[in-house]
Design a protein around this ligand. Structure first.
Ligand code: DX5
Ligand code: ZN
Length: 217
């Protein structure tokens, strides 16, 4: 499986956001990770629809939107309409409305991703594996960039890949949080194929960093 790098704009310089997204595009990365935080599901607030709609006009990257918001079902239509290609939401936020949320994402023509925080066991997402295109295993507590990879999550990646294989699913397994050159090789070996990276892409040369993480020195 080829590794996909999804640079997280949470670590970008918003003063020159357009230029930084162009640099991502030139780096060979095909995804752009967009973190939406509501100050409720996570303590921080980031940005929302107007920013996504604006950057959509100048970018052909796959917009990988990570919703860290309560009751995500309320906003699926708006995120689809402002330019998301993949919409990932949290099981802990959608709770009993998880299936309905997945269906709505598909109804609006997007790919669906389902995420769990470090403390949530993989067994809780098993019932939804066949319904989503991607599982996001958070490797830090969601809410902030620049945190350290939680090693206990490596096992959860392996477990998710094993379950996908058991069901014959060639699905995407994404990881998010604390991914750098060193942890990238750990998560790849564990079965992750979509790597989100904020600080380790935007600090320094974007193009060199993306290549390093993808393993194309
Ligand atoms: C954290 C966000 C991440 C964040 C990752 O809640 O979901 O996408 O930007 O940042 P780094 O790569 O710096 O850990
Ligand atoms: Zn994220």
């Amino acid at each position: 499986m080829k590794t996909i790098i999804s640079p997280s704009i949470l670590a970008a310089d918003f003063n020159v956001l357009g230029q930084q997204i162009q640099a991502v595009e030139k780096s060979g990365a095909t995804y752009l990770h967009i973190d939406v935080m509501d100050g409720m599901f996570v303590p921080s607030i980031s940005f929302g629809m107007p920013v996504i709609a604006s950057i959509r006009k100048n970018s052909k990257l796959v917009f990988d939107v990570h919703l860290m918001i309560e009751e995500p079902l309320r906003y699926i239509e708006e995120f689809a309409k402002c330019g998301a290609d993949i919409i990932t939401f949290h099981l802990e936020a959608a709770k009993e409305r998880t299936e309905e949320t997945i269906d709505k994402i598909h109804d609006f023509g997007c790919k669906a991703g389902l995420s769990i925080k470090p403390g949530t066991p993989v067994s809780e997402i098993e019932p939804y594996l066949k319904k989503v295109e991607m599982i996001l295993i958070m490797t830090v507590e969601p809410g902030f960039g620049g945190q350290k990879y939680i090693s206990a999550c490596t096992e959860k990646i392996q477990e998710t890949r094993a379950l996908a294989e058991k069901y014959g699913l060639a699905m995407d397994i994404q990881v998010d949080g604390g991914i750098n050159e060193e942890t990238a090789s750990i998560v790849k070996a564990a079965g992750a194929n979509v790597l989100v990276a904020g600080s380790s892409v935007f600090k320094g040369d974007i193009r060199d960093n993306v290549r390093l993480l993808a393993g194309e020195e």
